[in-house]
Design a protein around this ligand. Structure first.
Ligand code: ADE
Length: 227
């Protein structure tokens, strides 16, 4: 998979692509991530990329021609262009699983007051990471990239992503490691029993209990009501 991130602030991505699982996935050629400066696609004087809004108002607006130049020179027949914006559809784990099948993603990050509205016509998906406003699309694009890359084959051990929160509409079950007892708090004895069937049953029940308490909105079918 290839992910091109279009941004006015490429330095924000230095840590992101040079650490941990993302770095490993890049090194193993599981994903190619290119951090691309939008300014390189400006044909304006001083490489201008934004301007004041027509009709007045605060802030600067990202220019449509600059974004058009960038997208059209990077795009091929497999490309999906995603624009990060708080007024897009809200990202979730189901979408991460869907997007991991894309061959080439362009993630467009805005900054300042926003995008010239005609930019929306150049993109396939307008995507938000939640109902709050950040200073730009850089952190949202990292959130989306991270959640997709860790699902790609070979990025992490498969078991880690199979049994995690939001799969099967459930939050994660509780996990423990040594010590067995800490300040009077014991690890649940079933986990020490060696009985894998009982452990699986306990984990499912705990996940269900936790989801009912914290996120009942996630539950579907029989799981909604306590038996
Ligand atoms: N840009 C600013 N806030 C955002 C959000 N919540 N999601 C996506 N892009 C954004």
């Amino acid at each position: 998979m290839k992910i091109d991130i279009l941004t006015l602030f490429p330095n924000m991505f230095t840590g992101f692509i040079n650490e941990s699982i993302i770095k490993r996935a890049i090194d193993k050629n599981i994903v190619e991530i290119n951090i691309i400066n939008l300014r390189d696609y400006s044909h304006h004087k001083h490489n201008q990329v934004d301007d004041t809004p027509y009709g007045g108002g605060a802030g600067m607006v990202l220019m449509v021609d600059v974004v058009y130049n960038a997208i059209s020179s990077l795009k091929n027949k497999d490309t999906v262009v995603i624009m990060m914006t708080p007024d897009g559809v809200v990202f979730n784990q189901k979408k991460a699983y869907e997007y991991k099948n894309f061959k080439h993603i362009i993630l467009l990050c805005g900054h300042y007051e926003g995008f010239d509205d005609r930019i929306r016509l150049l993109v396939d998906i307008e995507l938000s990471i939640g109902d709050y406003v950040l200073t730009g699309g850089e952190i949202p694009s990292m959130v989306v990239t991270d959640s997709i890359v860790r699902l790609l084959n070979g990025a992490i051990t498969e078991e880690s992503s199979e049994n995690e929160s939001f799969n099967n509409n459930l939050l994660d079950y509780p996990v423990y490691t040594r010590p067995r007892e800490f300040m009077g708090m014991e690890v649940p004895s079933v986990l020490l029993s060696g009985n894998h069937q009982e452990i699986a049953k306990w984990r499912y029940e705990q996940a269900l209990k936790r989801t009912r308490k914290r996120r009942p909105d996630l539950l579907v079918g029989d799981e909604v009501n306590e038996k």
